[in-house]
Design a protein around this ligand. Structure first.
Ligand code: MN
Length: 505
């Protein structure tokens, strides 16, 4: 993905002058070793760079200001190897705009029972140094991730890695451009929202374009490029015979390719990383963009159907979070149910626009009628999704704030083949069970347009919500409807002014 190379986390260690130069030299050496190990870990998807041992309020404030302005810095990992009196951190934490993770670790894993003396104790006192730092973060109501354990522990590195993905997603959200092509599907509520509030909260902007602005680019696509793209389709997918060169519907495939070339060129021209379409505004396009949207999602673009710009922005962010993982992330819709008491299931799909990054096997490229929108039959990729754990996530605008709703689910195989279903689809069993999940989701006002991910976990979304400073409602194996209703009422108080009580003095 563009502009996401060489992103880094800054490793900052807290200490103080009291220990003398010898001990501080040791603190710096140890910190460099920890940072280098995290940097080398395949569990952490970005670079980790040791920056400094902060020993005075001035140094700490200075490094925080530097982090704010550093282009490639997505966040900080902070550790207090020794005691670092935390009033020294007030100035720095007060100005810090980048997210941070508090790593509560210790240089040596095991106590040297036979040799331990007071010198050792004085050097290795994160056990209380980090608690002093934690108090100040909590005193200042600052959200952060706290990871506990030895730095060489795989589980610790996994926790840091998950948070690093959330920090990377947040980084990519800042300044991201979402193009709303056409407006909304008429009369739909949940896809609407306050674009100004979204930009202030999340950092991305949403601007509208007429579908004609895209049509210009579609019409400008050259025949040679259309030929080449049709060949690429044939190489990559199982294309039905009628769409292949010489087939009776080949012209429809060429139209689909032309739309992809045009849409891609339009988005590049605008510097956008996400977009929406709507089937109620397709003037000048022969088909509803299906295949093209699927392929643009696969390449990392965010997308929301029917003008759903919040979903487009969330998908883009989750794509950035998931980058480097094998599994995929897609726009999705809760479509229809299997309400058999022996096993309730949800069939997720959309009219066309499901990302092939979640496909099981090679997608099939097909053409079928679409009974909505009044256009020519659109080309689309059709596939199933492999069984395994996944999440659904959605952001809704409640009028005074944004709420993220996340549900853990298990993807299962369809009970039988679906030969007449002409779209990509996933079948899942939500946690803790279908009835609790759906009731909780509905109480929370969650949209019918979740982002579905088999790459990310709810932990990553929780980290993201903390960084963004928004409410998150998690529906997982422990959820009850009664508890959800109470949590929603409490959250209404906590988030009453859209910022909660964070950063109170
Ligand atoms: Mn929809």
């Amino acid at each position: 993905m563009k502009n996401l190379d060489n992103l880094e986390l800054w490793f900052v260690t807290g200490s103080q002058h009291l220990y003398g130069p010898e001990a501080l030299k040791q603190v710096a050496e140890n910190s460099k070793q920890v940072a280098a190990a995290l940097d080398a870990s395949s569990r952490i998807p970005v670079n980790v760079t040791f920056k400094t041992v902060g020993e005075t309020p001035e140094e700490i404030r200075s490094i925080c200001l530097e982090a704010n302005n550093a282009q490639k810095c997505i966040g900080l990992i902070i550790w207090c190897h020794t005691f670092s009196p935390a009033k020294m951190w007030i100035g720095g934490l007060g100005v810090l705009k980048k997210p941070f993770l508090h790593l509560h670790t210790q240089f040596f894993r095991d106590l040297p029972w036979g040799e331990i003396d007071m010198d050792y104790m004085n050097l290795h006192q994160a056990a209380h140094g980090d608690r002093e730092f934690g108090f100040m973060c909590s005193r200042m109501r600052i959200e952060r991730k706290v990871v506990v354990g030895h730095w060489q522990d795989d589980e610790v590195q996994d926790r840091i890695g998950v948070w690093a993905r959330a920090a990377r997603g947040w980084y990519a959200m800042q300044g991201a451009k979402i193009c709303r092509i056409g407006d909304n599907m008429r009369e739909v509520s949940v896809t609407e929202g306050d674009k100004v509030a979204a930009e202030a909260r999340f950092g991305y902007s949403v601007n509208g374009y007429g579908v004609g602005d895209v049509v210009q680019f579609v019409n400008a696509a050259s025949d040679a490029d259309v030929d080449a793209l049709c060949q690429a389709y044939a190489d990559e997918y199982d294309v039905v015979n009628s769409l292949l060169k010489g087939g009776e519907r080949h012209e429809s495939l060429r139209d689909g390719a032309r739309i992809e070339l045009g849409l891609r060129a339009f988005l590049e021209d605008k510097g956008a990383s996400g977009f929406t379409t709507t089937f109620e505004d397709l003037h000048g396009l022969k088909q509803l963009p299906g295949l093209s949207v699927q392929r643009l999602m696969r390449d990392g673009y965010g997308f929301g159907a029917e003008g759903d710009w919040k979903t487009a922005a969330l998908l883009r962010t989750m794509k950035v979070m998931a980058e480097g993982l094998d599994e995929g992330t897609s726009f999705m819709e809760d479509y229809t149910y299997h309400l058999n008491p022996e096993g309730h299931k949800v069939l997720g799909a959309h009219m066309l626009e499901i990302c092939p990054s979640i496909a099981e096997g090679k997608p099939s490229l097909e053409i079928h009628p679409l009974g909505i929108g009044g256009k020519e039959d659109p080309v689309r990729l059709v596939f199933n999704v492999p069984a395994g754990p996944a999440i659904n996530a959605t952001v809704v605008d409640l009028g005074n704030r944004f709420r993220l709703v996340v549900n853990d689910v298990d993807v299962v195989a369809p009970d039988a083949p679906l030969p007449n279903l002409p779209v990509a689809r996933a079948v899942w069993k939500p946690k803790p069970d279908f009835k609790t999940s759906a009731a909780s989701w509905i109480h929370a006002g969650g949209s019918h347009h979740p982002i579905f991910s088999i790459a990310l976990t709810s932990e990553a979304m929780e980290d993201f919500a903390a960084i963004a400073g928004i409410e998150m409602l998690l529906i997982d194996e422990n959820t009850t409807v009664s508890q959800v209703r109470k949590e929603l009422r409490s959250n209404d108080v906590y988030y009453h002014d859209n910022t909660g009580f964070s950063r109170a003095g």
